[in-house]
Design a protein around this ligand. Structure first.
Ligand code: SF4
Length: 356
C-alpha cells in the first residue's frame, strides 16, 4: 500500500480560480443599465450576499473587527455603480490617458500602489455606464487625431480578473478595434483570458502580462495567477492575434536577482509560441515606494519581506512634492543593463519601451 502511494504522481497544483466576491453592493441607478441587471442576475445565480448602497464612494458598513479584517473583506467586496467622473487621468509613460472601467483589485500584491491611491476604499468598483465612458474616450481621440491616442485600462485595477463579471474590457477592446486613431493597452496578473480571445481587436489592443523573477512572485503576489498560468495565457492571446507585451514590475534587487531575472527570460523563451514573439514589447519598472505606502504596507502585510529601507534608496522628487524612493543610480543601471541584455539575447526583435 505504502509503495502504491509513493509511486503515485503528485497531484497537479489547482488552477487559480476566477474571483468570486463575498459581498456585492449595487447603487440603485446601476440597475437601470443592462450591465447592472446582468451583474445582479449573475450575483443571484452565484448565491452572493447582495446589498444596496446610495453611492459607490460610500460603503461604510463593511464587516470586520479590526482594520486588517476590514481590509481583507473589502478586497472581496464588489460595488456596482455609475462612473460620474468622465475626465480621464493621464497615464505616462505607457499611454496618454487612463480609461476608467473598474477601480480596485482582488489581488494582494504587497507592493501595489493601489493601497495608497485607494486609501480607505479598497473595495472593487465596476461601472455600468460604459457608453458614457466610451463616449468620453471618443472625445479624447478626436481631440488629438490624426495623432494616435493610447488608453491604459489597468491603471486602477486588473480588468482581466473582473471580466467574467463585467464584460467591460471586451467592450473597450472592440470599441478601440474600430478606432483608426485610438489604441488600448492593459496589463494583468490573471490568466482568465478566455472571454477576450474572440474579441474583434483589430490589433489595436496590446495585451500585456506582468511577469517577474520567481522570488518576487512567490513572496509578494498572493491572490494572483501563477507564473505558468500567465505564460500559458500569453500564448493563447498571441494566437488570437493580439500584439503582446510583458511588464517586468516591480524589478526588485534581492539576493540572487541576476539568476532570478535570467531564469525569467529563459522560461519566457521556452514557453512562448513563435507567434508571440513577432511583435513583442517589454516595459521595466524598478521598485519604488513612498513613506505613506511603507506605513500602509506595514499594517496590511506585517510579515512582508519587502525591503523598504530609505537609507538604501535614492529619493526621487515627484509632482506636488510627493517624491518616492527608488534604487540608487548604480543599482538601477545594473538592473536595467542586465535585464535588457537578457531580453535581447532571447528576443532580438523585441522592443523595450522604457525603464523607469
Ligand atoms: S494584481 Fe495588480 S492591481 Fe491587483 S493587487 Fe496586484 S499589483 Fe495591484
Amino acid at each position: 500500500m505504502a509503495i502504491d502511494l509513493l509511486s503515485r504522481p503528485a497531484a497537479p497544483a489547482p488552477n487559480t480560480a476566477v474571483f468570486m466576491p463575498e459581498l456585492v453592493y449595487f447603487e440603485p441607478d446601476a440597475l437601470l443599465y443592462p450591465k447592472g441587471e446582468q451583474i445582479l442576475a449573475w450575483a443571484k445565480k452565484q448565491g452572493l450576499d447582495i446589498h444596496m448602497t446610495t453611492s459607490h464612494n460610500q460603503i461604510r458598513d463593511l464587516p470586520g473587527e479590526s482594520e486588517l479584517e476590514k481590509y481583507r473583506i473589502a478586497k472581496r467586496t464588489l460595488v456596482v455603480g455609475i462612473r460620474k467622473t468622465l475626465k480621464f487621468e493621464t497615464s505616462k509613460p505607457s499611454a496618454e490617458y487612463a480609461i476608467p472601467i473598474a477601480t480596485g483589485c482582488m489581488g494582494h500584491c504587497h507592493y501595489c500602489y493601489l493601497q495608497t491611491t485607494m486609501g480607505a476604499k479598497p473595495y472593487i468598483r465596476v461601472y455600468v455606464n460604459m457608453n458614457d465612458i466610451l463616449h468620453a474616450a471618443q472625445g479624447y481621440i478626436d481631440e488629438r487625431a490624426p495623432e494616435i491616442t493610447r488608453f491604459e485600462a489597468a491603471c486602477t485595477s486588473d480588468p482581466v480578473g473582473l471580466e467574467h463579471i463585467s464584460g467591460s474590457l471586451k467592450q473597450v477592446i472592440e470599441f478601440m478595434g474600430q478606432q483608426e486613431y485610438g489604441r488600448l493597452r492593459f496589463v494583468t496578473k490573471y490568466h482568465h483570458v478566455e472571454p477576450l480571445l474572440d474579441a474583434k481587436h483589430n490589433k489595436r489592443t496590446r495585451f500585456r502580462f506582468s511577469v517577474n523573477a520567481d522570488y518576487v512572485i512567490r513572496n509578494f503576489e498572493p491572490g494572483t495567477s501563477k507564473f505558468h498560468e500567465r505564460i500559458e495565457a500569453a500564448g493563447k492571446v498571441a494566437k488570437a492575434g493580439y500584439p503582446l507585451g510583458f511588464i517586468i514590475a516591480p524589478i526588485i534587487w534581492h539576493e540572487g536577482w541576476e539568476d532570478g531575472y535570467a531564469a525569467l527570460m529563459e522560461k519566457l523563451y521556452q514557453a512562448l509560441p513563435p507567434e508571440a514573439t513577432e511583435d513583442l514589447t517589454f516595459e521595466m519598472i524598478q521598485h519604488r515606494f513612498t513613506k505613506t505606502a511603507k506605513n500602509i504596507i506595514a499594517q496590511r502585510y506585517p510579515k512582508t519581506k519587502l525591503e523598504m529601507d530609505e537609507e538604501k534608496r535614492k529619493y526621487k522628487w515627484g509632482k506636488y512634492g510627493r517624491g518616492k524612493y527608488v534604487y540608487p543610480d548604480e543599482q538601477a543601471t545594473a538592473l536595467r543593463e542586465f535585464i535588457t541584455e537578457r531580453i535581447f539575447d532571447k528576443f532580438p526583435q523585441a522592443k523595450i519601451e522604457y525603464f523607469t
